[in-house]
Write a protein that binds this ligand. Structure first.
Ligand code: ZN
Length: 331
């Protein structure tokens, strides 16, 4: 409450200086028995908004007091029209052959900037042709105000500078905002949206190739007499010595070091559902036990440590505690 009020005050101080204070208010004369709560309720606005509009430090009011009611918030703004897009934004309709990356590139934007402007998209990789994307003028986050949510709530949630938000959205007063309105928060990273979309991407491509190369030994029984096990529990992928190796899925590193079982320098990652991926024979390990790694993150460099005849990654996938053929989960 105090924090919210402080944020409102900050907005009010900055924004009200150049405009007439009476602009945009209805005046309500307090009758006996009325409280700030009952007045707020009758106009369908928040007590915070009333307190801010009247520069009140406590909720105590007296009969005969004149209370300013910010009518834009009270009336909920114009209905039935599509939401106004923030200044400097435009729409782009996804064309055949286009992806989020190509659109970002075409406008000279990062993927993060595009996600920030479109935080409710359902996928990074599988958007259908015809989807409308907002093109932002720069990096930042679009938030849509829910009813009951004030500008001050948004400012304090995202720790953004009221002046910058006012400028970016051409706001003349805090009461220019209304439920359903899109508000652009410059410089705020789309952290939540990216985390959600990365999970979606993982579901879409559960395991990715840790390294690209030539498969020199498949999963299954072997006849080469190499190694400690007659059954090859993974696939061997050969690539030039030192090639970076990527985490096949995100997860927590549960082993990173020398294996006494022939894997040489071994990394094991446990994924959120308990499945594991193992990567053997690294020349260099670039992660440590307990570290969280994203899918695709570099975890080491390919090598030929342990029982190995040449540079390759020995890659195992363990599902429900059992090593399965990686080729059945890689696409
Ligand atoms: Zn192997």
């Amino acid at each position: 409450m105090h924090r919210t009020y402080a944020a409102w005050a900050a907005v009010a101080i900055f924004l009200f200086a150049p405009v007439a204070v009476a602009d945009g208010y209805a005046l309500h004369t307090v009758k006996p028995g009325e409280s700030l709560g009952s007045i707020a309720n009758s106009y369908q606005i928040s007590v915070d908004a009333l307190m801010a509009a009247n520069d009140l430090r406590s909720a105590v009011i007296h009969p005969g007091d004149e209370i300013k009611v910010p009518y834009v918030e009270a009336m909920g703004g114009p209905a039935g029209t599509s939401p106004r897009i923030p200044p400097g934004f435009s729409w782009h309709t996804l064309q055949p052959g286009e992806t989020l990356s190509t659109v970002a590139q075409a406008y000279g934007l990062s993927i993060d900037a595009l996600v920030g402007a479109n935080p409710t998209i359902s996928s990074l990789d599988n958007l259908p042709v015809g989807v409308d994307l907002l093109i932002p003028p720069r990096e930042g986050l679009i938030v849509t105000l829910e009813s009951g949510q004030s500008l001050a709530d948004v400012l304090s949630t995202y720790h953004v500078d009221p002046a910058e938000v006012a400028r970016a959205n051409h706001l003349r007063s805090p009461f220019d905002v209304q439920p359903g309105m899109m508000l652009f928060l410059p410089g705020v990273p789309p952290t939540q949206a990216l985390a959600r979309l990365k999970k979606v991407r993982e579901a879409e491509h559960r395991f990715i190739w840790p390294i690209h190369g030539r498969i020199t030994s498949p999963y299954g029984p072997r006849h080469l007499g190499m190694g400690t096990s007659p059954f090859h529990r993974g696939i061997d992928i050969a690539a030039p010595w030192g090639t970076p190796v990527h985490a096949s899925r995100s997860g927590v590193v549960i082993f990173a070091g020398w294996s006494t079982e022939g894997y040489g320098n071994l990394v094991r990652i446990r994924h959120p559902d308990g499945d594991e991926t193992w990567y053997g024979h690294f020349s260099t390990i670039l992660v440590h036990v307990g570290e969280y790694v994203d899918q695709g993150e570099v975890i080491g460099r390919e090598g030929s440590t342990g029982i190995s005849t040449g540079p390759h990654v020995h890659f195992e996938v363990h599902v429900h505690g059992r090593a399965v053929d990686p080729m059945t989960v890689l696409h």
